[in-house]
Design a protein around this ligand. Structure first.
Ligand SMILES: Nc1ncnc2c1ncn2[C@@H]1O[C@H](COP(=O)(O)OP(=O)(O)O)[C@@H](O)[C@H]1O
Ligand SMILES: [Mg+2]
Length: 588
């Protein structure tokens, strides 16, 4: 029960609701328990008339009408209270569910890139949906039924003992067996539904991937093979479901069997005593009603126990994520003061090394370079040489393991993280576009941009004409249910998005690779015009993209191999000259 303690703060938050819920539960049960005595009295008066101890039929009828009136009134009142009990307690669980989901989501957004590398998306999703759902079952139904059960037990059994404690003992005998049986059954049902659920996720993931890759499947004529795989999965699904329903089907028969046993005991023992004249018919009827009132709560006891166990497991998983501390934290001591409000753009890497968690080799090793404000830096090198890592470290997606990165001579760790990222615009290697309109996708760069500003950056990124060729223009939907953009169009979208942010430092990570030379040079020309007000960092394989940079770095296996301007590097033997010769020859 330790993990669930985390939720106590929410109970405290909704303490009035919880308290009123409890009060209503007590009232509703007290009223409900007042009904059976009227039934006893009714039967007893009929029996008395039958035996001849009452002779006036009119009196009997009056008493019966009086009893009926009370039975209806009490049942009605109890029903109304039950309604409000649910309103209070189940609604409370929904409110907490909302709070908890938001608590988890806020935490998710704080956690850094390395957390997302360690955990699968499916798991992250499950925490915030499935697991929260399990926890809500504890917060709502399980709390409500537990309260209800305790209250009902106390009032009912108090009543029963008052009337006939002997008979009460017999009546209650089968109830523990019922509770244990239901517990075992609930556990089995829960286990099996978990298996069904897991199986279903597998099936969904499989189908989703096959739909995404339908083009490949058709091109390689893999339909039959995939169909077989699908059938195996659905077959498994069917078997697991049948398994589940077999257990579920046992639930009600078991309950009815147990109620039946209690009823038989009451009728047999009560009947014997009636014959001996120690008991009235009414008491037997009253007891039968009590048994039926108690059965459901006792059954829920088993069910509730199983729910709590599941909620405990789920909350444990949720807590594991909530307790993670983000590795990249805003160390800046005064987050309310954006500091520095402006940056000029001098960038310095001082003996920077970095190693990814699951890698043996260093991704960057002792890298040092410097570039003044308003200058253009180009980074070249083979795939895996560490180019993207430089960009990631500059935006503090990861923190260096050795050395220091400075902007305007301030270590970036001492800067306000939000300010730092606000001033840097990254066009990533694989631009991600949301399933939304073109306008909204660009707007990510700057929510408050005017339409004119959006059109201006689209023109800068050589994208405006393409957008206008779509029938809905800037309102065209892209992604899943919309237009599919080509690689080059996606890259230009990402460039326009970053430009809209108007960052002091603009990083283009291999973002021109899918563009034709004409478009590339148009964009490059614009980028050159950005200096000296902005720093531009261009990561690329193409000489044409980097040749005008103020400084070119050539990386190899995380180390700086060459450094200089285009002209300087051409003078020397090395990777840059080799690349130049190769690419110029290609163009000839
Ligand atoms: N997220 C990551 N997790 C683990 N290793 C990574 C990750 N990103 C890059 N690497 C590794 O770090 C090295 C440098 O990668 P990267 O900076 O992406 O190179 P480049 O951008 O030059 O292709 C490579 O060996 C790569 O496999
Ligand atoms: Mg890269």
């Amino acid at each position: 029960m330790k993990a669930l303690l985390h939720l106590n703060k929410y109970f405290l938050q909704y303490k009035y609701r919880l308290f009123i819920g409890l009060l209503i539960t007590v009232l509703s049960n007290i009223l409900a328990v007042k009904v059976p005595p009227f039934i006893r009295k009714s039967l007893d008066v009929v029996d008395a008339y039958h035996k001849g101890s009452i002779t006036d039929l009119a009196t009997v009828k009056t008493i019966l009408l009086h009893n009926i009136f009370w039975i209806v009134l009490l049942a009605l009142a109890s029903g109304i209270f039950t309604f409000f009990m649910r309103q209070m307690l189940i609604v409370m669980s929904r409110l907490i569910e909302f709070d908890l989901k938001n608590e988890i989501y806020i935490q998710y957004q704080k956690l850094s890139a390395s957390f997302y590398k360690r955990n699968r998306t499916g798991d992250l999703m499950n925490r915030i949906t499935e697991d929260v759902n399990k926890v809500r079952m504890y917060l709502g139904p399980s709390i409500m039924y537990s309260m209800n059960m305790v209250v009902l037990f106390v009032v009912t059994i108090y009543n029963m003992f008052r009337i006939d404690w002997h008979l009460t003992i017999y009546t209650l005998l089968p109830l523990p067996i019922l509770s244990v049986t239901i517990f075992v059954l609930s556990k089995m049902i829960n286990d099996r539904s978990r298996i069904v659920q897991e199986n279903l996720s597998k099936l969904t993931a499989f189908t989703q991937e096959m739909f995404s890759g339908i083009g490949v499947l058709k091109a390689y004529a893999l339909e039959t093979a995939i169909q077989d795989e699908f059938e195996t999965l659905t077959q498994e699904n069917k078997v697991k479901n049948i398994h589940l329903y077999q257990t579920q089907a046992l639930f009600f028969p078991m309950m009815i069997l147990m109620i039946g046993m209690s009823n038989i005991l009451v009728i047999y023992i009560g009947g014997m005593q009636y014959i001996e004249g120690k008991m009235t018919l009414g008491v037997i009827a009253e007891f039968i009603i009590y048994i039926n009132m108690l059965t459901w709560p006792v059954a829920t006891l088993g069910w509730v126990t199983a729910i709590i166990q599941q909620a405990e497991a789920s909350q444990k998983r949720i807590n594991a994520f909530l307790l993670e501390t983000p590795d990249i934290i805003n160390d800046y001591p005064h987050p309310e003061i954006p500091y520095p409000t402006e940056i000029k753009g001098k960038i310095a890497f001082k003996n920077v090394s970095y190693q990814y968690e699951d890698k043996e080799d260093l991704a960057l090793q002792n890298v040092s370079f410097e570039i003044g404000a308003g200058k253009t830096l180009a980074i070249m090198g083979r795939t895996g040489s560490g180019k993207s890592t430089i960009a990631a470290l500059l935006t503090r997606m990861y923190d260096v393991i050795a050395g220091q990165i400075e902007i305007d001579d301030i270590p970036i760790r001492d800067m306000n993280l939000t300010t730092l990222r606000a001033h840097i615009g990254v066009v990533p290697q694989d631009a991600f576009l949301f399933s939304d309109t073109i306008e909204n996708n660009l707007r990510i760069g700057n929510e408050n941009a005017t339409m004119d500003e959006i059109i201006a950056v689209a023109k800068r990124a050589a994208l405006h004409d393409t957008i206008m060729s779509f029938s809905d223009g800037y309102q065209t939907l892209i992604g899943e249910r919309g237009v599919t953009l080509s690689g080059g169009q996606k890259q230009r979208m990402a460039i326009a998005r970053a430009l809209l942010k108007n960052p002091k430092i603009l990083i283009l990570d291999d973002s021109l690779s899918a563009l034709d030379t004409q478009t590339e040079s148009e964009i490059l020309e614009f980028l050159r015009a950005l200096s000296p007000r902005h720093n531009v960092i261009i990561i690329s394989h193409r000489i044409s993209s980097v040749q005008h940079a103020d400084k070119i770095l050539v990386l190899e296996q995380g180390k700086i191999l060459q450094e200089g301007t285009h002209q300087e590097l051409l003078q020397k033997e090395g990777y840059y000259r080799y690349l130049f010769d190769e690419q110029i020859q290609k163009n000839d």
